[in-house]
Design a protein around this ligand. Structure first.
Ligand SMILES: [Zn+2]
Ligand SMILES: [Zn+2]
Length: 357
């Protein structure tokens, strides 16, 4: 049986399973702190959960990775908040154009600030789209990257940073990794099991623990007082922090290998493109995707703890488990989520249609 990986996020959900559009939702205890990897079909995420996002990371601009962006925008539009969107070359132009497709009434409470960042070969470009200022043309600023920096940091808060690596697909494309900072983190599993309900106290207690406050310091929760030490023992753990890597749509070859190895090294969990079976290696090369075998080789060589296969081509519909078996023969701690994926596949003849996203 594959081991359960170390989990510190309060929620880590492969929203459409291994066979639907790749979509990874990672939540932490505070408000507006969730992270979403890719913006494909996201009907399985409520507007409420999309409104909790701090950042969206776009691997690339193919439709199966971007078609859900409008729902993300809508869920956050009526807010006074910062939402980060990080993607490859072209992200600032494409997202700006997408956002300008609509007419806005510009209500005074709509103060969303969309921070756009695109990762290029030698620089990070940034721009801000501001609803409070009625969406003026964004000013673009650039920060150069050291040529040796294969995995630049593209987002950070006090608890984690996100690294990006440029990969080799038929369009400019990125892979990402969440790197949690060592120290106290929420034990997501313990929090779900209760009995205290998650709320604002979780981030308050976490900040107090990280400041090194005394065990007996009282923490107020729903009108009651709880000693910090008791909360720590039950709901928090001091860990080196998880590394969660998300890799989609890339050829596994000399152009992508060095950055991917660095991005995935000793990851707690790797979500990895397995669009093709190794028997279809030729197609994988043509459409620049990975095979299940190559995903397992990356997991093994980068010494990750757990591999989850994602982005199965629906040409394997009805025999997805073969892709899992192919990878598990090389890297035993492999899993795939076929339940969600099955319900995502279109019914009838469309099911046989082939996507080369
Ligand atoms: Zn794709
Ligand atoms: Zn693609």
């Amino acid at each position: 049986m594959p081991q359960a990986p170390q989990r510190t996020a309060t929620e880590m959900q492969l929203v459409n399973g291994s066979a639907g559009d790749p979509l990874l939702f990672v939540d932490y205890p505070a408000r507006d702190d969730a992270l979403l990897f890719d913006a494909g079909e996201n009907g399985n995420l409520s507007a409420g959960r999309l409104a909790d996002l701090a950042a969206v990371f776009l691997s690339h601009h193919h439709v199966d990775h971007l078609v859900g962006f409008d729902r993300i925008l809508r869920a956050n539009l009526d807010r006074d908040k910062d939402l980060h969107v990080v993607g490859p070359e072209g992200t600032i132009d494409r997202i700006s154009a997408r956002v300008r497709t609509y007419d806005y009434p510009f209500f005074p409470f709509q103060k969303l600030r969309l921070h756009l960042t695109e990762v290029r070969a030698n620089e990070l470009r940034s721009a801000v789209l501001e609803w409070g200022a009625k969406l003026p043309e964004p000013e673009i600023s650039a920060r150069s990257l050291a040529p040796k920096d294969l995995t630049p940091t593209v987002f950070e808060n006090g608890l984690l940073r996100v690294e990006a690596a440029r990969v080799d697909h038929t369009a400019p494309c990125l892979a990402f990794a969440i790197v949690e900072t060592p120290g106290f983190h929420v034990d997501g599993q313990a929090l779900r099991e209760g009995p205290l309900r998650p709320g604002g106290w979780v981030s308050r207690a976490l900040a107090m623990l990280r400041e090194g406050q005394a065990d007996e310091t009282p923490v107020e929760i729903d009108g009651g007082l709880f000693p910090l030490g008791r909360l720590r023992d039950r709901y928090f753990r001091k860990t080196r922090g998880a590394r969660i890597a998300y890799v989609v749509d890339t050829l596994w070859g000399d152009a992508s290998r060095p950055a991917l190895m660095e991005l995935c090294r000793r990851a707690t969990r790797l979500y990895c493109d397995s669009f093709y079976a190794q028997a279809d290696l030729k197609k994988a090369k043509t459409h620049k995707h990975m095979t299940a075998t190559q995903a397992a080789e990356l997991a093994r060589d980068a010494q990750v703890e757990h591999l989850t296969l994602i982005h199965f081509s629906n040409r394997y519909s009805g025999r997805y488990s073969e892709l899992g078996a192919e990878a598990a023969a090389i890297f035993p701690n492999t899993s795939a989520d076929l339940d969600q994926g099955a319900s995502q596949a279109p019914p009838g003849p469309a099911r046989r249609r082939r996507r080369e996203g």
